[in-house]
Design a protein around this ligand. Structure first.
Ligand SMILES: Nc1ncnc2c1ncn2[C@@H]1O[C@H](COP(=O)(O)OP(=O)(O)OP(=O)(O)O)[C@@H](O)[C@H]1O
Length: 257
């Protein structure tokens, strides 16, 4: 079970969602979502494939518009923002997605510099170097600075991807299946890194995963999408202390009861 994070502020929601609905044609994916993510909290989102987890992330980041409901992110009404304001808001959010691959033709250093140079116009060389060294240290890979992505293991590439996100000092982190495709030891390392990032960068995070070990070791709370709503929200034990046949298979499959 996760060690309690030291600095969660349950009076301050960084993301607040109310009565959110989204359909595609006849398919009513999200059917009245209510959710708060609190300052400094790691919130794990669970749900079967196709239940709308990615759609939820796209709604939060303004890439999709809901049919109904409200979304507040870092004090901004997402539905009222202009495209430029949305872009500014997205810079405050770090996306660690499976498809956010590194540039194969660039060294680790150049990969890490890329978001800085693009988003912080006029930044000086000394500050770039310091930022690169700081995030590499944060993910424990200082020695890889001059290596090419092809020379790194899958777990190392994942860590560098997270470092590339951290370099812009995000206030919110979104992790999409952070342990998918990794061996168990590397999964444990990535889970630890997610918790280290939470402590060191004071981020609030949404972690989408099917890996219940990841959920248990990183989540301060778990929210489970069932039939288009977060019907079970709480600690890991609270969410899984049920005979609900929609919930039990998740647990049984992961922990072989
Ligand atoms: N732009 C779109 N147009 C039409 N249907 C869409 C669109 N985006 C998502 N959907 C549908 O919405 C549903 C939810 O998709 P979503 O990608 O959010 O699932 P998910 O919970 O993230 O699944 P997984 O765990 O497999 O990644 C799916 O049925 C998908 O086909």
């Amino acid at each position: 079970m996760k060690k309690a994070a030291s600095h969660i502020d349950y009076n301050n929601a960084v993301i607040s969602i109310r009565d959110l609905e989204k359909s595609f044609g006849d398919y009513h994916v999200l059917r009245g979502i209510d959710l708060d993510i609190f300052q400094g909290e790691n919130l794990v989102v669970l749900g079967r494939s196709g239940t709308g987890k990615s759609v939820l992330i796209k709604l939060i980041s303004g890439l999709l518009r809901p049919d109904k409901g409200s979304i507040s992110v870092l004090g901004n009404d997402v539905l009222a923002l202009s495209d430029k304001q949305l872009q500014e808001l997205r810079i405050r959010i770090g996306f660690s997605f499976q498809n956010s691959a590194l540039y194969d033709s660039m060294t680790v250093r150049k990969n890490l510099e890329f978001p800085l140079v693009r988003n912080r116009k006029g930044i000086g060389r000394a500050e770039i170097n310091k930022s690169v060294e700081t995030v590499l240290d944060a993910v424990g890979l200082s020695q890889t600075i001059n290596q090419m992505p092809s020379e790194l293991s899958g777990g190392q590439r994942k860590r560098i991807g997270i470092a590339r996100t951290l370099i812009l000092n995000p206030e919110i982190m979104m992790y999409d299946e952070p342990t998918a495709g990794l061996d168990p030891i590397t999964c444990i390392e990535i889970n630890e890194l997610i918790n280290e990032v939470q402590e060191r960068y004071r981020t609030s995070s949404i972690i989408i995963t099917h890996d219940l070990t990841c959920a248990k070791s990183t989540g301060d709370r778990i929210a489970m999408l069932l039939d288009g709503q977060f019907q079970r929200v709480g600690t890991f034990d609270e969410v899984f202390d049920t005979d609900d046949e929609r919930v039990k298979p998740f647990f049984d499959y992961n922990f072989i009861q």
